[in-house]
Write a new protein. Structure first.
Length: 373
């Protein structure tokens, strides 16, 4: 896996020459890591890389026809409310480590509000639904085994099965989003299915628990920011060689992420690092996260998108996002793409859930999800 990351880090900058330095972003907010009982949130306004002043008090920034709503933290029962709105997915051409063909910038409109997991699904939450814990010690990015550590060694099918089970155990029960058939194994033991369908026309229209789409994931993680990470991105004067290794680290990542410089090659309990402005923890670093979409090697095109990739295309390479505990800074960018086979059970991959709708879903299953107030 380490060699895989080395290859990836080499690939993502193909086409970038002369190791460009980064222009200065707006002032950077820094904070020490804090426990989830009293988290510090990043400010979206502090990290905007746009000069346009919106004329609407409910708009954070506007670029052409794309208007990003104000970012306000509304989190309860382990869920953070994300309003409908528009953002720009991808990365600018001068962002260090970008994948030139997969990170083209495109305006994306999300038409439905949704709730996004404030934390990655933990081992406690996974086992509370009666499932065996698949997480185990491993020599690379070694998992922690405390109840509040993220669950890992979960493939894409198992993440879908967990989402369905969470819907079934909700009070009142919610409709499952996925129709999984011709399956072998059980969730937590290497479940694989030959057929996966949605129970609604698109995943956006399902009212049960599900994986977020790639667009929802980046929209929620950016929280209105336009920089490489939600704490301001790479500092002025940074070179590619500095952020594609673990020796120097990246100061803007220290407060928000567990990565190669500070993680000690281990995962950590959720919620110990600074949340973004919407209240979401650990979206960058710690573990990578499965999302709904399949891999798109040629990017997302150039035309504006609305609720993209809502259907299931049955292709085995699925998108994962967020970087991991032994990843270097270029791999922990908000726009950084990855993909893996949907059957892969990896110690560095877990997931978090989403649910369409403006109403807070409340606790999942038999145990109340932890929330940061």
């Amino acid at each position: 896996m380490r060699s895989h990351l080395v290859i990836l880090c080499s690939l993502v900058i193909m086409g970038c020459s002369n190791e460009p330095t980064v222009t200065a972003p707006n002032p950077i907010h820094r904070a020490d890591a804090t426990p989830p009982a009293a988290p510090v949130e990043a400010s979206a306004e502090a990290h905007l890389d746009v000069d346009k002043e919106p004329d609407d008090p409910n708009v954070l920034w506007r670029e052409g026809d794309c208007s990003h709503p104000l970012v306000e933290k509304r989190c309860e029962h382990g869920w953070c409310a994300i309003p409908s709105g528009c953002f720009v997915i991808g990365s600018p051409e001068d962002e260090l480590g970008r994948a030139p063909y997969m990170e083209g910038q495109v305006p994306v409109t999300i038409t439905r509000p949704f709730h996004f997991g404030q934390f990655e699904v933990t081992q406690e939450l996974w086992t509370s639904l009666g499932l065996p814990n698949p997480t185990a010690e491993n020599e690379y990015c070694s998992p922690c085994l405390e109840p509040t550590c993220p669950v890992s060694h979960v493939n894409w099918f198992e993440a879908l099965a967990f989402a369905n089970l969470a819907s079934e155990k909700h009070d009142p029960p919610l409709p499952p989003c996925y129709d999984l058939s011709d399956c072998t194994g059980k969730p937590g033991e290497g479940m694989v299915c030959n057929t996966v369908k949605l129970t609604s026309p698109t995943v956006y229209e399902c009212s049960g628990f599900r994986l977020p789409t790639e667009a929802e994931w980046e929209y929620a993680v950016r929280a209105g920011t336009r920089t490489a990470n939600y704490n301001g991105g790479f500092l002025p004067g940074t070179t590619y060689s500095q952020v594609c290794n673990c020796e120097e680290g990246e100061k803007t990542l220290e407060p928000i992420a567990w990565y190669c410089k500070n993680a000690g090659n281990r995962q950590h309990p959720v919620g110990q690092k600074m949340a973004n402005a919407w209240g979401i923890h650990d979206a960058l670093g710690n573990i990578r996260e499965w999302v709904h979409d399949h891999e798109k090697v040629n990017g997302k095109g150039e035309a504006p998108l609305t609720d993209p990739e809502g259907e299931i295309i049955p292709k085995p390479n699925r998108v994962i996002r967020g970087g991991l505990c032994n990843g270097w800074p270029t791999l922990l960018r908000a726009a950084a793409p990855y993909s893996e086979s949907w059957t892969l059970r990896d110690p560095g991959i877990g997931f978090r859930l989403a649910r369409t709708g403006a109403d807070n879903p409340g606790p999942i299953g038999m145990k109340k999800a932890r929330s940061a107030r």
